[in-house]
Design a protein around this ligand. Structure first.
Ligand code: OFO
Length: 167
C-alpha cells in the first residue's frame, strides 16, 4: 500500500463524510421541493452529484494506491430546518466543517511526508475554498436582501437566485 494505515483510515472517513454530504444536500433539496421552492431544490440537488464526485475522487486515489476502502454507515441527515434561511446557514456551517476535515487531513499527510496524498488533497483544498465562497455569497445575498424566509416576493427572488446558481 502506498500510504500509511493512518492516512488510509482518514481517507476512508472522508469517503463517508462526502457521501454523508450528498445525503444532506439531497434532504435539503427534498425539503425545498416540499416547500414549493424548485429553484432552491435544484441548487441543493446539483450539490448531490458534486459530493458523489468528491467521494469517487478519493476512492479512485485509494484504489490506485492499493489502499483498502471500507465503506461505513452513513448517518441520517438532519431534516428539521425551520426555514430556507436556516437551511442555507446549516449548509454553510456544514462546508466549514468539511473544510476543517480537509485541512486536518492535509496536515496529517504532510506530517507523514506523504507528498502524494498531500498533492491529491490540494484539489480538495481549492474545492473547499470555492464551496466556502459560494455558500458565503448565498448567506451574504440573503443578508443584503433582508430575506427572512417568509413567503412572498423575497422568497421568489431567493428561489430564482438559487436556481441561477444551480446552472
Ligand atoms: Fe465535498 O465539498 Fe461540500 O461538502
Amino acid at each position: 500500500m502506498l500510504m500509511s494505515e493512518n492516512i488510509a483510515d482518514k481517507l476512508n472517513d472522508q469517503v463517508t463524510s462526502e457521501l454523508a454530504a450528498s445525503q444532506l444536500y439531497l434532504q435539503m433539496s427534498l425539503a425545498c421541493e416540499a416547500m414549493g421552492l424548485s429553484g432552491a431544490g435544484a441548487f441543493f440537488r446539483s450539490h448531490v452529484a458534486e459530493e458523489i464526485q468528491h467521494r469517487d475522487r478519493i476512492i479512485d486515489y485509494m484504489i490506485e494506491s492499493d489502499a483498502v476502502v471500507n465503506l461505513q454507515t452513513i448517518p441520517a441527515p438532519e431534516a428539521n430546518w425551520k426555514s430556507l434561511v436556516d437551511m442555507v446557514h446549516s449548509a454553510y456551517d456544514h462546508e466549514k466543517k468539511v473544510t476543517d476535515q480537509i485541512n486536518s487531513l492535509t496536515k496529517a499527510a504532510l506530517a507523514e511526508d506523504d507528498f502524494s496524498t498531500f498533492n491529491m488533497l490540494q484539489w480538495f483544498v481549492a474545492e473547499q475554498r470555492e464551496e466556502m465562497m459560494l455558500f458565503g455569497d448565498v448567506v451574504e445575498f440573503m443578508n443584503v436582501a433582508g430575506f427572512t424566509g417568509d413567503t412572498g416576493d423575497q422568497m421568489v427572488n431567493m428561489d430564482n437566485y438559487l436556481r441561477k446558481l444551480s446552472k
